[in-house]
Design a protein around this ligand. Sequence first.
Ligand code: PEP
Length: 253
Amino acid sequence: MRKKIAAGNWKMNKTMEEGKILASEVVNMVKDELRSDVHVILCPPFIHLTSLHAMLEGHSNIAFGAQNCSNHASGAYTGEISAPMLKSNGEDYVILGHSERREYFGETDSLLAEKIDIALENGLTPIYCCGEPLAVRERNEQTDHVQRQVEDGLFHLSDEDFGKIVIAYEPIWAIGTGKTASADQAQEMHATIRKQITGQYGEETANNTSILYGGSVKPGNAEELFSCMDVDGGLIGGASLKSRDFVDIAKAF
Ligand code: PEP
């Protein structure tokens, strides 16, 4: 059965002190309020990861993830962080292919395929982001766009490796803009992705793949989005910076 997931992408926000406060609030609220079958993943900036792990003792439905990793295992790549480093630090997840990395850092599907491979080789679960820009949606070409990202980034994987992937559909026009895809738009694309996975890897794998929605998810719209048959949770940016909002979103399943 696929997991229900609320993942918080803090992006480049929060000083060390602010991060500790936010994480401890989330941990306490999750402990007191959240159903145990909902998985919470916190993805703070790299430098926060080590100190925030200490807060997690005994909370089995909270895990940590990074927001990126290198496509190389080690070497002369100044400023990069590798998948083996993340795994050795206790991370379980890594977000790959976020639209901000595709846009501002020129990440392509072929580079992302390499990052997916090295993440998996090192026991990390990739959260692979896909999604169309506004101009593509206005031309009604979003299905081709997203299917190409899924195919080029992921379909080189073996059945076994694909079974470890989490996908996040994030229409770029809805990220950080306050505009949310309607529940119908989200469901339509999630069902399309699941059908595409069925064609490549079979029904069982497709039914076991968690597909998250991302793009201005808030406490007020999470319930409607998460009630869609093929929406298995959310990748949450802005609202993950407020503990109350983030946990309320996680409670919306
Ligand atoms: C994101 O960055 O992945 C995201 C979905 O951001 P926001 O929730 O702020 O739209």
